[in-house]
Design a protein around this ligand. Structure first.
Ligand code: AMP
Length: 280
């Protein structure tokens, strides 16, 4: 694996590949686990060259304390990417990504950034767009790989690609889970043994929604799923069922619309998010 810290060197390397082959891109913030590596593997299978990036993006942390607390495990990450046979790691510093005078315009996300995570983390998705836009400008990949684990982020980036007219194709990869259903996340390491035992209730609540979705009012379904979480000691930010594309929050299901259930909840002081598409 080749590590580039500078944009120019990375672009010089990628220029011939862009003409003769395809570039796949997996952006991350590090603290890598099997979920990230599954994106790298899918990317490897579909492209000539796989570029991954590690950049902890201050612009997407609505609480600066969270940015300072974000786990940095760069040596381990490099080993993991190497083991996953990633071709290139782009490891820029702040100056490289955000030089003075960089475009600070916000993106019209058609309210995608106002609901769910957007409501609880104001400014988060604008920050995500800022960094992804910048990384896409630098890497110019043919294909971009994101995890369904961050469902709303995927819809936001799909919208970003649409409105910026980029030709990059978005590939959304399935959430990688622990054997008991808990979605892999660097945050799982912060769970106490007792909270870790309770944490799969999020997955169980999502499965419950999937298995019990019926046409009509969604309120009973949501109430039962909420109860499953509160019984396990979760404090819930939201549990919603939404249109799978626009993320409009729904109170009724017409039996046809593609819908997704999304949850954000605290167990102890760890905030977990997860989602499941309910209608196939
Ligand atoms: P992050 O480093 O948390 O910004 O995540 C980088 C990418 O990995 C994002 O596209 C995430 O959605 C994806 N990702 C994180 N956790 C998982 C998981 N458990 N399964 C699949 N993809 C994931």
């Amino acid at each position: 694996m080749i590590i580039f810290k500078k944009i120019k060197a990375l672009r010089d390397f990628l220029e011939p590949v862009r003409i003769t082959g395809s570039i796949g891109f997996v952006p991350t913030m590090g603290a890598l686990h099997e979920g990230h590596l599954s994106l790298v593997e899918t990317c490897r299978n579909e492209n000539t060259v796989t570029v991954s990036s590690i950049f902890v993006n201050p612009a997407q942390f609505n609480d600066p304390k969270d940015f300072l607390k974000y786990p940095v495990t760069i040596e381990k990450d490099i080993q993991r990417l190497h083991g996953g046979r990633c071709d290139i790691l782009f490891l820029p510093d702040q100056q490289e990504i955000y030089p003075p005078g960089i475009n600070k315009e916000t993106v019209d996300l058609a309210r995608l950034d106002q609901v769910l995570e957007g409501k609880f983390r104001p400014g988060h998705f604008q920050g995500v767009c800022k960094v992804v836009n910048r990384l896409l400008e630098i890497v110019e990949p043919h294909r971009l790989y994101l995890g369904q684990k961050d469902y709303q982020q995927c819809m936001v980036i799909r919208r970003l690609l649409d409105i910026t007219g980029r030709t990059t194709t978005l590939n959304i990869c399935a959430t990688v889970r622990e054997p008991d259903g808990l979605a892999m996340s660097s945050r799982n390491l912060r769970l106490t043994a007792e909270d870790r035992r309770r944490a799969p209730a999020i997955y169980q609540a999502l499965e419950y929604c999937k298995n019990n979705l019926v046409k009509g009012n969604l309120s009973d379904l949501k109430q039962s799923a909420l109860r499953m979480l509160s019984e396990q000691g979760f404090r819930i930010d939201y549990l919603e069922i939404a249109d799978a594309v626009t993320l409009e929050l729904l109170t009724q299901w017409d039996g046809k619309q593609d819908v997704v259930a999304l949850i954000a909840a605290f167990i102890g002081d760890v905030r977990l998010i997860d989602n499941m598409v309910l209608s196939d």
